[in-house]
Design a protein around this ligand. Sequence first.
Ligand code: GLC
Length: 581
Amino acid sequence: MSGVTDDERAWWKEAVVYQVYPKSFADSDGDGVGDLGGVIDRVDYIDELGVDAVWLNPVYESPQADNGYDIADYRAIDDAYGDMEDWERLRDELHERDVRLIMDLVVNHTSDEHEWFRKSRREDGEYADYYHWVEGEPDELPNDWESVFGGSAWSWDDEREAWYLHLFDEKQPDLNWANPDVREAVYDMMEWWLGKGIDGFRMDVINMISKAEDYPDGGPDSDGAEHFMNGPRVHEYVGEMVEEVLDDESVLAVGETPGVSVDDAREYVSEDGDGLSMLFQFEHVTFDHGEHKFDADDPDLVEFKEILAKWQEGLADDGWNSLYLNNHDQPRMVSRFGSDGEYRRKSAKLLGTLTHTLGGTPFVYQGEEIGMTNAPFETREALRDVEVRNYVASAVDDAEGHADAYEDVREAVEAMSRDNARTPMQWTDEAHAGFTDGDPWIDANPNYAEVNVSRARDDPDSVLHYYRDLVALRERDLLVYGDFELLAPDDPDLFAYTRTLAGGDDESTERALVVLNFDDEPTTFEVPADVTVDGLELALANDDAPAVPGRALDLGPWEARVYLTPDPEAQAPDSAIDTER
Ligand code: GLC
């Protein structure tokens, strides 16, 4: 037995979560849009990965201005995805396989087509105050806050003759959390979903629900974010929500929180904090941005390591980390942090090694497990996402009269657009990657002939097979609960660290050494003198590697190695550890 106490343990700490973006996962009825039937058909595929939970992006009734993050009815399934019976079947199919189901909770805003907003704009009784309304003149904005998707965060409503706030699209009005009726209505809805047997919530932009009273202007060079990110009453609201709805600790509550620091994070997830399980922080996926996200540089490894190490250490004793390098809002990790040409497979495996051997809960985004890459978007018309379309529109307007305006921004779009993550899941080398028999709502990445599940299944050296081994590695308490220490912080190519877990009474300390070469060139890692290599054995690698480490490790391009002391829980000392890959 390791020294981990029952109090420290939680299923969601020991879990690997698989994220399904249903619109792009699998289309079962040929209308070109992925649906619940498609996910049900692939439940065995998900189960075979060995993951413990699925996070399902929004499937609620929605006009789809922001792909379902604009919800018109929290308690209904959108026709495009199926109906409540399909959802219940998916829940049951997952639960039968011991895979839990996490639903997306989008309560910073609703759709403008939600009944609450329709009533609010009519000033209908108790609903009048459900959103942020400001009286005034149609040509005089209430303040200088900007929408995350570009432009002012305020729109004028002709019906009510007032301004309403939308931190995202104008079809996503922000709920007024200062109104206790709004909070109660949200908690009721959450209870309703928990009553349907779900296992947790992923809470969309939950740190944006509290806005500064009277809506003050942002400071110089600010878009107002200081008045609505981690706003004045956010901990009161989140704490109340946990107390009223989530007091059962077996429910996973992961908050999406752009712009949080480690100190902010503690307030949400530490022992004395609001009671969330963990957060999706953004530092390691925004540090490469320039003035805005479409103005990004190549990520610098030294900075990247520094950020991740800070989070590892900052939440080590109190709190918990989530581990992700991509999701439905981020470009594909292998294109951004790896190398998606010659070393696509090796670097995809290396990045997966990173997210599965740090402390925290790994989240695998659909397609990551086969090394899916960013896609070409040859024309503006190929783009679907509201954020990138707004960006291209503003860039092209600025360049008025310039014939090749899209060409000027195309590289940035192809590097950073959210559409990169939303191209269809690549199942086979048939038309549209086997995603649909119809016309897909967004084109498949043309590399599907090479990168697809069916091919990966048949190839023992595929990213897919390696991911199954990674997920299996998380069985080790050492990799879940062990202490983290960064080695060689200034090395520009190597990401190396140890994990250490003190044993219980009758066991000695367990140790891991992880070494990752983030470069197209070979390199040598000199293991620092204070790191013991004795007793370490190769547990997983993405290339041929010696079974035990010396003091100098020669690594090929994008080579990843995980060395572990033997598992004290294993029956046979050399049980089934695969050193082939
Ligand atoms: C979150 C979602 C993103 C959505 C936004 C507004 O960031 O992940 O997809 O556009 O919130 O709901």
